[in-house]
Design a binder for this molecule. Sequence first.
Ligand SMILES: [Ca+2]
Ligand SMILES: [Ca+2]
Length: 190
Amino acid sequence: MGQKESHLPDEEVARLSTETHFTPEEISQWYKGFIRDCPSGRFTIAEFQQIAQSFFPNGNAENFSRFVFNAVDVGPDASLGFEGFIKFLSLASRGTVEDKERWAFHLRDVDHSGYITKENLRLIDDATFSMIADHVPLPNDEDTAEKRSEKVFNLMDTDKNGRVDVNEFIAACNKDEDIVKALSLQDTVQ
Ligand SMILES: [Ca+2]
Ligand SMILES: [Ca+2]
């Protein structure tokens, strides 16, 4: 992979602008910075992990980075290009509440089956938990990943079929402060 152009073609800029919350000028600026820091045009998971780690110097960013990479648009070589990067950034910094809830759902549906199982939820909470465990005091019934995911899953699975689909997920986020609180731990990674 050689050095990429430091400018995106205008039509790419225009397309990404309509697909994100950024103006064409902002897209061009971000692209310049992206290519400066990442001349190959692709972030590897190790590079992404370094960034996540800098937010949580005492946490374990490894598993968490793997989940994020799994949820964003990564290429076949498991690297993140500018498009995946800018969409992730747009969502994290300017997404609507529903955008973020959809992202939070997508992040947890690790096998892309369209629904979250209790196991899916526990995996991501485990990863998140190891990032934040030292920083955030939690009540008794949420102080392990198992307890948290059990509690949150049961609150979300309103029809009790053992799966949480995106509508149940969003409905639960909208009506239950405990869930938002549990999920908002995620928002610290931006
Ligand atoms: Ca799933
Ligand atoms: Ca359900």
